[in-house]
Design a protein around this ligand. Structure first.
Ligand SMILES: NC(=O)c1ccc[n+]([C@@H]2O[C@H](COP(=O)([O-])OP(=O)(O)OC[C@H]3O[C@@H](n4cnc5c(N)ncnc54)[C@H](OP(=O)(O)O)[C@@H]3O)[C@@H](O)[C@H]2O)c1
Length: 309
């Protein structure tokens, strides 16, 4: 098969299209013909070697944890998937080597779900990692009926799904930080936009009125966004960060996306009904993975960047 594979850690130039053997498929795995692979900031961390201290990495290394495609074969122990099924999923495994920037991926069942028919492969390829992160993080801080939720970096990959998932979980108001050029986009998602920067705490207080506080703060940025959060929430236990474990010292929660089949099914249902929409800013053909990484590294993508295979 053809795949983007790196033989060393480094900048985007290490992402080179290569001919490689088809991936090995275990007895309980699903062989997926990849149609789309979402690009995520963590792919850059893998590429640079920054995750190697916590997760064993092996060369040639095919990056990518997000996938959408069609089932080509199933192992004899697989339940619930059949040849020809359209699927999407989050394929983070215990070792990093056989990722999704490829024509074929051997997928774990726990990180796979059926793709809703109404979703394109590109949209589905951008849904799993970010959607799971949003859902699992919001659940950690118990988002439910009547909550006012603030999402830092609401126009990004995780953020634009988090604002929509918060609504589905019952939040009555969702406020999102973004630069002004993204404010109309946030409004189109039912979000009250606010600019980030030095005046954030005051701007949020003015917007919410009353005691000037929100119930939940979801940090997708770190730095100032996290440091401002205690002043923004009524209870620090309802701050959740996906980027900075220092949130624990503030009394909040840290979330790291886990491949959970039931959560993927939940996302498929919401996306299939139109309650959650995946914004794809740009697609790149697989061979241009390096350009996709460079775009994401600019840190101002709206929604998702997705590779098409
Ligand atoms: N723990 C986990 O499981 C997990 C999972 C997924 C992601 N993450 C991490 O979470 C972070 C966000 O991921 P992502 O996929 O959402 O990234 P992303 O799509 O690249 O985020 C881009 C967005 O960030 C916004 N932004 C940039 N600087 C900002 C600032 N100072 N304040 C507020 N917004 C700002 C931009 O909005 P404007 O253009 O409007 O400025 C843009 O829309 C990354 O660090 C990633 O590694 C963690």
């Amino acid at each position: 098969m053809k795949a983007i594979a790196q033989t060393e850690f480094g900048d985007a130039d290490v992402l080179v299209m290569r001919e490689l053997p088809d991936p090995p498929i275990a007895l309980d795995q699903v062989l997926v013909e990849v149609r789309a692979a979402g690009v995520n900031p963590v792919d850059r961390l893998v590429r640079m070697g920054y995750v190697a201290s916590t997760t064993p990495c092996h060369f040639p290394l095919i990056p990518g944890w997000d996938v959408a495609g069609v089932v080509r074969a199933v192992g004899p122990a697989v339940d619930g998937f059949a040849v020809g099924d359209e699927v999407f999923g989050y394929q983070r495994k215990d070792h990093v080597q056989h990722g999704t920037y490829a024509q074929l991926v051997a997928a774990t069942e726990r990180g796979l779900a059926h793709k809703p028919a109404s979703l394109s492969f590109e949209e589905a390829g951008g849904l799993a990692l970010t959607g799971l992160t949003a859902l699992q993080a919001l659940r950690k801080v118990g988002v439910s009926s009547g909550d006012t939720v603030l999402v830092h970096a609401a126009a990004g990959g995780v953020g634009h799904l988090a604002v929509q998932v918060a609504r589905v979980l019952g939040a009555s108001r969702v406020i999102g930080t973004a630069s002004p050029r993204n404010h109309d986009f946030l409004r189109s998602l039912g979000v009250e936009p606010v600019s980030y920067g030095d005046a954030l705490v005051n701007n949020v207080a003015e917007l919410v009125g009353g005691d000037g506080k929100v119930d939940v703060a979801f940090d997708c940025v770190g730095g100032a966004a996290l440091n401002d959060s205690p002043a923004l929430v009524r209870d620090p236990a309802r701050i959740v960060s996906i980027v900075d474990t220092n949130v624990l010292e503030l009394g909040g929660r840290y979330a790291y996306a886990k491949p959970v089949r039931a959560d993927l099914d939940w996302l498929a249902e919401q996306a299939g009904s139109g309650a959650v929409k995946v914004e794809v800013q740009q697609t790149f053909p697989l061979e241009q993975a390096a350009d996709a990484h460079r775009l994401l590294e600019g840190r101002h993508v709206r929604g998702k960047v997705v590779l098409t295979v």
